[in-house]
Design a protein around this ligand. Structure first.
Ligand code: FES
Ligand SMILES: [Fe+2]
Length: 326
């Protein structure tokens, strides 16, 4: 990135971590959207997120500890609640008058479906619902997650997952083996969802194999009724992304066998993912949405993503106007 160039991430609910990455007994530092954020759990287990920079003299709160339902700074022990309020200033004793300016910046953060979701951007009066692929949450599926970091922007990683026609090339030795090079790619799109599939048109886009994307960073490849791969693309900064890959399977759910199958799938998913990494990091990463590419008909889902990105960047009122005009 050029010195001084600011990348703007459009607003939305973003998966920023797997729930298992946030323990109950200590704060955790997450670098997301180019910002250091401290995430911690309150006594009741709910998650909270603040800027990871103490308002007193700038130490990293994530180096501190949990105390009195707050995160305590490692430097002088000032304690900050989940809403950012400074609750305790030990050096001035119990009757300390706490300056308002010590209030830390807090983020909207939630836990749902074993993901940690952070609302990025200006907070609207009513926050949209957190995205979810409902059919994976009926209690039938086992889920297993692993994560990888790439030197690529989150938009590039998402676009890669909206493109089925790289399979016979990038994945010639794995999932793209014997796949025809020529294919039709169909898709349907709405304000916050794109569903794409290779092959003939369908009346129900969800009949058979498909790829679904939900704004801002959640994706599913439904391979079979009982097997889906879900990915969440967490932007570390403008040109680095931590991708969480989670398999949901309902065909081997017995405890030990299921455990083995989950791990075998990680093994094969990693091989496929490495093949993707090699080409995706070779693309220019900025701007987040490329402006000088020559897209073809089969890139329809990528074009839909770029439109969606632009709408969310412009904000909710503009989105409604755009939709009415379409
Ligand atoms: S720097 Fe955090 S309490 Fe002093
Ligand atoms: Fe791929």
């Amino acid at each position: 990135m050029n010195e001084g160039e600011r990348v703007v991430f459009p607003p939305g609910w973003y998966v920023v971590a797997d729930a298992a990455e946030i323990p109950r007994d200590r704060p955790v530092k997450l670098r997301r959207f180019g910002v250091d954020i401290v995430v911690f759990r309150r006594d009741d287990g709910s998650v909270a997120a603040l800027d990871d920079r103490c308002k007193h003299r700038g130490a990293s709160l994530s180096l501190g500890r949990l105390s009195n339902n707050c995160v305590a700074c490692p430097f002088h022990g000032f304690e900050f609640a989940g809403d950012g309020e400074c609750k305790r200033l030990p050096v001035l004793g119990p009757d300390a008058k706490i300056p308002k300016a010590l209030h830390a910046r807090a983020y909207e953060i939630r836990e749902k479906d074993q993901w940690i979701w952070l609302w990025w951007g200006a907070v609207p009066e009513a926050l949209p619902e957190i995205p979810r692929f409902e059919h994976l949450h009926t209690g039938r599926h086992r889920a297993h997650t692993f994560a990888r970091e790439w030197d690529a922007s989150f938009a590039r990683v998402i676009e890669n997952q909206l493109d089925p026609f790289h399979l016979p090339f990038v994945h010639k030795t794995t999932i793209g083996r014997n796949m025809p090079e020529a294919m039709t790619v169909n898709h349907v799109e709405s304000d916050d969802e794109i569903i794409a599939w290779p092959g003939a048109e369908r009346t129900d886009p969800r009949e058979g194999f498909y790829i679904a994307f939900r704004w801002a960073n959640l994706w599913e490849n439904r391979i079979a009724e009982r097997f889906s791969i879900v990915a969440a693309f967490a932007p570390i900064d403008a040109t680095r992304t931590r991708t969480y890959l989670r398999t949901y399977q309902a065909f081997v759910t017995l405890p030990v066998l299921g455990w083995i199958v989950d791990r075998l799938m990680v093994f094969s998913n990693k091989a496929v993912f490495n093949q993707d990494e090699r080409v995706v990091v070779s693309q220019p990463q900025l701007p987040l949405i490329a402006e000088d590419e020559v897209l073809v008909k089969a890139d329809g889902a990528i074009i839909a993503y770029r439109k969606m990105f632009a709408r969310w960047l412009r904000g909710p009122s503009q989105r409604a106007t755009d939709q009415a005009a379409e």
